[in-house]
Every structure is written in C-alpha cells, then in structure tokens.
Write a protein that binds this ligand. Structure first.
Ligand SMILES: COc1ccc2nc(C(=O)O)sc2c1
Length: 241
C-alpha cells in the first residue's frame, strides 16, 4: 500500500514542489499518494476566515478551531478501516531528524499534515484530535518558520526517499549522512586533478578494503569536527553494542 499523505494548508501552491522530480515520479509509480487541501474549503463565511484575535490579547492572530475541526474530521475518516497519524509542524515540537524520518517511513502508511500559520492553531484542536488519533508535533530544528508548509516539504522528502523503490541505488542510503549516526564521507569524481586539488590516492587504488577503511575514518573525522554532539551519541551507542 503506498504511503498516503494529506496536507491541509491555506497556501496549497506552497506544496507544488511535491509534484516534481523524485516525489513526482514516486507518485506516478504508485509509491506515494499526495492530496493537498485548502483549509478555507471548510469555512462558511464570505471572507473564508481562518483566523481571529487571540484570547488574552497579544500580537498576531490565531487559527480558528472550527475549520480545522471540520477539515480533520472529514479527511481523517475518508479512508475506511485506516487510521492516520496527524503531524503538526511547529516550533514547539519534537525535533524531526533522520531517525524520525526512518520511523515514520517504516511504521506509518497514512500521514495527515496540518500546516499552521499566524501565531499557530487554537490549542483545542490539538486536544480534540490527539484524543482521537495518534498526533505528533514536529519541528525541523531550533528556529522558527512562518508556517508549517516548508517543514512539510522537508519532512515529506526525508520520509518518502526512504520508501522501498524510491531511490534507485538503495545502497547509497546506507552511506548517507546521519545513517548509522555519522556524517557522510567526502566524494570525488573525474578529473583526478582539478585546479591543483588531487583526488586522494587511496580512491584511485582500486583496493576496496582500504577505500572502505578510509571512508569510515573520514566519516568519524568529519562527524567529530562538525557535529561533536552526534559523535558523542555514536560513541555511546558503539560502546554499548
Ligand atoms: C504557525 O505555524 C508554524 C510556525 C513556525 C514553525 N516553525 C517550524 C519549524 O519546523 O521550525 S514548523 C512551524 C509552523
């Protein structure tokens, strides 16, 4: 069964890149189903209002609960016999990392993304739907975007590319950054010499054992230098294995 993604947003055009390239091919090959919905389709006033002023005062606007309630009621019950995981991108969420992408790719066959805007979605939407469905609030990292759409594009690509059949050479997935907890090794291609920079001799040796050892050393060195936090976790996991 293909992974089904429903995305609810007030900016459907923001998700147009999901029609392109790898994800576009995956959709055409039936590996992935993507349905983008305009939250305003669940409003009933002339101005198709989705926000209002915050109780308690303060700057900005809050997304009203009623449109979200009607939208998620309809979408989350649209596939008889199936239950989605609702994913709400938000700066206050758990950090979305490669492990999250792997877990979602392996364990879920239907994700409903709820893209917030303004100051966020009325808290009662989280209360209502987390009592009825699995619900995760996920953040791309410790910075704030203007809405959830960019996060959905990033999360969708990170998840979808892990689906069987998505990436031509699945061996390449095993050597990527963050796979196995380390950053990836440096890569080179022709010409062997370029502006006085030479490709490391070992890579021209044809000795696969030495090449593999060198690449692992490079991953360790690069991770130590650029992401000591990952290196610490890698050492902890390696010592416990
Ligand atoms: C109002 O909706 C938002 C606002 C900020 C934001 N920041 C995210 C992030 O992943 O950093 S998702 C997200 C959603």
């Amino acid at each position: 069964m293909p992974l089904r993604l429903d995305v609810v947003t007030i900016f459907p055009d923001y998700l147009a890149p999901l029609e392109l390239s790898l994800l576009g091919r995956a959709r055409r090959e039936g590996l992935l189903e993507v349905h983008v919905h305009d939250l305003r389709d669940w409003t009933h006033d002339r101005h198709r209002t989705v926000d209002d002023t915050p109780y308690g005062g303060g700057a900005g606007m809050v997304m009203r609960p009623e449109p979200w309630g009607e939208a998620l009621d309809e979408i989350c019950s649209s596939q008889p016999g199936r239950t989605p995981r609702i994913v709400v991108p938000g700066p206050g969420g758990e950090v979305f990392d490669q492990a999250t992408a792997s877990r979602l790719a392996e364990q879920e066959d239907w994700l409903v993304f709820a893209c917030g805007r303004y100051e966020g979605i009325d808290e009662r939407v989280y209360e209502e739907f987390s009592s009825r469905y699995p619900l995760s609030v996920l953040s791309l990292g410790d910075y704030v975007l203007n809405g959830g759409e960019v996060a959905v594009l990033a999360m969708t690509e990170a998840i979808a590319r892990l689906l069987p059949g998505m990436v031509g050479n699945e061996a390449s997935l095993a050597e990527e950054s963050h796979t196995g907890g380390l950053l990836e090794y440096p890569v080179y291609t022709k010409p062997a010499g370029w502006r006085g920079h030479e490709v490391p001799e070992v890579l021209l040796s044809g000795h696969h054992g030495r090449i593999e050892a060198w690449r692992h050393e490079q991953r360790l060195a690069r991770t130590e230098q650029r992401r000591p936090d990952l290196m610490e976790r890698y050492r902890t996991i390696s010592s416990s294995e």
